[in-house]
Write a protein that binds this ligand. Structure first.
Ligand SMILES: Nc1nc2c(c(=O)[nH]1)N[C@H]1C(S)=C(S)[C@@H](COP(=O)(O)OP(=O)(O)OC[C@H]3O[C@@H](n4cnc5c(=O)[nH]c(N)nc54)[C@H](O)[C@@H]3O)O[C@H]1N2
Ligand SMILES: Nc1nc2c(c(=O)[nH]1)N[C@H]1C(S)=C(S)[C@@H](COP(=O)(O)OP(=O)(O)OC[C@H]3O[C@@H](n4cnc5c(=O)[nH]c(N)nc54)[C@H](O)[C@@H]3O)O[C@H]1N2
Ligand SMILES: [Mo]
Length: 813
């Protein structure tokens, strides 16, 4: 047993292993001081602070959470936990938790009863249905609830009320993952598996700072790197992330040039004929068009567009083109960009042309970000239809109507589901008049916050916010519903490699807080939603019965859960879907047999034009892909919408640090995490710092056409001409006049045409010095991508209060 400060030592100690071996077990534990592991009850769960799905047990003593321990037997983490997993649970017991419903009375939010709060929501719902119909009502949900909750919401919104205005913050997060998988493979669902890390000889990370955002998966990579025959790493990121530090080749392109970059790599792969022609011929359509398209992207030209060294580009292409087993992971550096889907699809294309799919070590992970985002998409709470049914295929709508026992016309499918930026627009115009927000904080996380605030604050919009804290968004609400959360309720969720985990209730929620599922069930009951035979539409009453209902809905679809049950998920490891009678242990890799979910009658989507976003007609799809093969879709590079100018000479990008989760409602209330990254900073390159006359710690002002943020300067190895702001800092802990620290004051109201994902990673900005630092350095973490150049004066440490245990065991599963 070893003890270490896991704020300072983010990834813990190495357990090296060789290619093809099993990743050793290392069990990480963090308990409150004075608590003995022998004196607690352990309750099974998984992490809710990222998409990795780290399995853990919650330690409970005297009805309180007192710690966590990684689950040795789980396929995802083999016992390991990251910093947010280890310390984050403490937020549950924060004294700031909402404990009673609040309603707005004479302009003020005041405490009320559940009956009053729900009564107001139901009354408003009836009024609006009568006056305008279901199009007056929108639901904006999340990637942080449980599967059972999303499914219930999907049923009541689509099948009950009949509104098409349902989306999740997954739109900001992994809408592009879904879109890119649909374009290439006809359907959502990750082809790859985390065990591909064990077998790969090249791992390519495309706009993905895995070291900070999926720390345990990165630990797996580090352990391969420390072993014999380590994989080569290709990193594409404009910042010197820990991934870049570990890379064989680090390409640091100009933000917003990803399509040009991957086209350049494909150019080399095709030109050198590193193509698996047998695979392409048997399993894909569209190769010729790609081969023609990429002739326009020779390395010399791409090197100029992206401003990367030509030799590095060729070297990366050679590594990818000659490897036997390539694993790719794609995330926000690709997704939150103006050509998000087009760029992510080009990564799929590398795998298709090289025949790198469905074999150990050959995976694509179009990553998820949020812990339960996969379920939002599966269950249709992102506006799509449940079970990856195709909204433009009438047979699929019919089939769903059968499952729900409603008239097919009751399920809106006249147009694509309304994405959240469109819902915000409808609220601005006044056609959406009630917006029910659950487990997301749009007053901090949506782009162009001045606009968002003014829309959410309108008198004529009835805003319901269901949260565990009085977030910036809740402060604008007409009704606030206090939710019970992870650890206080039971349910399932699915991580980025399709592993389903059960999370059991460990403790009672505070005060009158209720599980989100109960809130939805109560709403459906009060509205008296009926099926076509006059029976209750929502016929379940608790998590397990909701799960059973979902299983039926998933039957025969790609995300088939019918082989799972709560009992099956208890005790051992999580299980990957599809899990059926034929595959009772789940399915490690999709498309192992080169068969895709892309047949015209079965696919989730007919695809879109990646430049205009227009959906393809069923007949067009059938003509292009009659046999349901994978689709190789070429794309041309288009420059970003807002380019640097003399007035705004920098490119602004935004993103994450390892210690915080999103808008910090939880991690900002955890002492170890908050102390590690207490306030906003701006990353500037050494050359730019000199031009601007700023040094480490100086207060700077960052301005775009939308607004201004003030932040202390951190001088780093970021590429020149680019500045970075973390988006974690809202205003709940800086007092009422404390705007001006949220990155989204600066971002633009624009999105990728195909996935509708907003662009958080390119805007033109200007930077100016405000004042000299009273004393360097800034409080930005020194352990991560924000590390200062040279040796830090005050390295990030957690100290005594952050000591956690590690226990390395022999071989794992
Ligand atoms: N610690 C922590 N972990 C998290 C989260 C968290 O808030 N904190 N959130 C979770 C969620 S919901 C998500 S979605 C994931 C996100 O996980 P990531 O996508 O890994 O995180 P980001 O920091 O948003 O962006 C990744 C990288 O994109 C780079 N980038 C910016 N612009 C470009 C570009 O034009 N091209 C390329 N190639 N790269 C670019 C940035 O420099 C950044 O390092 O993390 C999950 N895990
Ligand atoms: N500039 C910029 N903006 C971004 C991004 C970026 O990289 N840059 N990333 C985008 C991405 S990928 C994401 S995922 C979003 C995240 O943006 P948000 O979803 O707005 O961020 P969170 O802070 O996770 O908000 C979740 C809310 O749910 C509450 N909550 C937590 N658990 C529960 C629960 O069990 N029930 C209920 N009812 N409420 C709960 C929390 O208190 C919190 O208020 O931000 C997006 N915005
Ligand atoms: Mo996300």
């Amino acid at each position: 047993m070893a003890r270490s400060d896991r704020i300072a030592d983010v990834w813990g100690s190495r357990t090296p292993y060789a290619r093809g071996e099993t990743w050793p077990v290392r069990v990480d534990t963090f308990l409150e001081p004075g608590v003995d592991a022998a004196d607690v009850a352990w309750v099974q769960s998984a992490s809710i602070l990222h998409s990795n799905g780290d399995a853990l047990d919650i330690a409970v003593r005297d009805g309180r959470m007192v710690g966590v321990r990684g689950r040795a037997e789980d396929r995802v983490n083999h016992g390991r936990l990251g910093p947010k997993d280890l310390y984050g649970w403490q937020a549950n017991a924060s004294p700031d938790r909402l404990t009673r419903p609040l309603v707005r009375r004479d302009g003020e939010l005041v405490e009320s009863t559940w009956d009053d709060a729900m009564g107001r929501i139901v009354a408003r719902t009836h009024e609006l249905l009568e006056e305008q119909g279901p199009s007056a009502i929108g639901f904006y949900t999340t990637g942080q609830l449980f599967l059972e909750e999303y499914y219930t919401l999907g049923v009541l919104a689509h099948g009950g009320l009949g509104t098409n205005h349902v989306d999740g913050n997954t739109r900001l997060c992994t809408a592009t993952a879904a879109a890119a998988l649909k374009e290439s493979f006809g359907c959502d669902g990750q082809p790859g598996s985390y065990t591909d890390v064990d077998h790969a000889d090249v791992i390519a990370l495309w706009g993905h700072n895995m070291a900070e955002t999926q720390t345990v998966l990165w630990t797996r990579v580090l352990d391969r790197l420390a072993g014999p025959d380590p994989p080569q790493i290709v990193c594409v990121d404009p910042r010197p992330t820990p991934v870049a530090e570990a890379a064989t080749v680090h390409l640091a392109p100009r933000p917003g040039t990803n399509v040009a970059l991957v086209n350049g790599l494909l150019h080399e792969i095709v030109r050198n004929d590193w193509v698996d022609h047998d695979y392409v011929h048997a399993h894909a359509v569209g190769f010729d068009e790609l081969a023609t398209r990429v002739t326009e992207y020779p390395p010399e030209k791409v090197a100029r567009i992206c401003d990367v060294p030509e030799d590095d580009l060729r070297e990366a292409a050679r590594i990818l083109g000659t490897a036997d087993r390539v694993l790719s992971t794609v995330l926000q550096g690709f997704y939150q960009s103006h050509q998000a889907t087009a760029a992510s699809v080009q990564v799929n294309n590398i795998h298709l042309v090289r025949g790198m799919l469905g074999r150990p070590g050959c995976g694509v992970l179009q990553m998820n970000g949020q812990p339960t985002a996969q379920n939002t998409r599966e269950a249709g709470a992102d506006g799509d239809l449940p079970g990856f049914r195709n909204w433009s295929n009438d047979d699929h709508v019919q089939d769903l109507a059968r499952v729900w026992n409603v008239d097919p016309l009751q399920i809106p499918h006249y147009s694509p589901p309304t994405h959240v930026m469109q819902m915000i627009r409808y609220a601005e115009e006044g056609s959406i008049r009630m917006l029910w927000v659950q487990a997301t904080n749009p007053a901090v996380s949506l782009p162009e916050l001045a606009r968002i605030r003014s829309i959410l604050a309108q008198e004529r919009l009835f805003l319901v916010v269901q949260d565990i804290f009085l977030s910036e968004t809740a402060e604008l609400a007409d009704v606030v519903l206090p939710a019970a959360t992870w650890g206080e309720k039971t349910g399932t969720f699915t991580n980025a490699d399709r592993t389903v985990h059960l999370s059991e209730k460990a403790v009672e929620p505070p005060g009158e807080a209720r599980p989100d599922l109960e809130i939805f069930l109560d709403y459906a009951r009060r509205l008296d939603l009926k099926d076509k035979d006059g029976r209750a539409l929502v016929r379940w009453h608790d998590p397990e019965s909701a799960f059973e209902a979902w299983k039926e809905c998933s039957r025969g679809r790609p995300c088939d859960y019918t082989g799972l049950s709560y009992d099956r998920l208890r005790g051992g490891s999580g299980v990957q879907w599809p899990c059926t009678d034929e595959a009772p242990d789940g399915t490690e890799r999709l498309y192992a047999d080169g068969q895709f979910f892309a047949a015209p009658d079965y696919c989730e989507s007919y695809g879109r034009d990646m430049v205009t976003g227009a959906p393809l007609e069923p007949t067009e799809y059938r003509a292009m892909n009659p046999d349901g093969k994978a689709v190789i879709k070429a794309a041309e590079y288009v420059p970003p919408h807002e380019l640097p100018s003399p007035e705004y000479p920098f490119q602004l990008i935004t993103g994450r640090t390892v210690y915080h989760f999103h808008t910090r409602t939880k991690t900002g209330r955890v002492p170890q995490l908050q102390a590690a990254a207490p306030d906003v900073w701006v990353e500037v390159s050494a050359g730019d710092a000199e031009l601007l006359g700023v040094t480490e710690g100086d207060l700077a002002e960052i301005t775009t056409p939308r607004g201004t943020v003030r932040a202390r300067t951190r001088v780093t190895g970021i590429r020149e001409g680019v500045v970075f702001l973390p988006f974690h800092y809202g205003y709940w802990d800086v007092g009422p006049d404390g705007g001006g620290r949220a990155a989204n004051e600066l971002t633009i109201t624009e999105w990728d045409p195909a996935s509708k994902q907003p662009i958080f990673k390119t805007a033109a900005a200007r930077v100016a010095k405000v004042e000299r630092s009273p004393g360097p350095p800034s409080s930005a973490p020194t352990t991560t991508a924000s590390a200062p150049l040279g040796t830090p004066a005050t390295p990030t440490r957690g100290g005594e209060s952050a000591l956690a245990d590690e226990q390395v065991r022999g071989a794992g599963r």
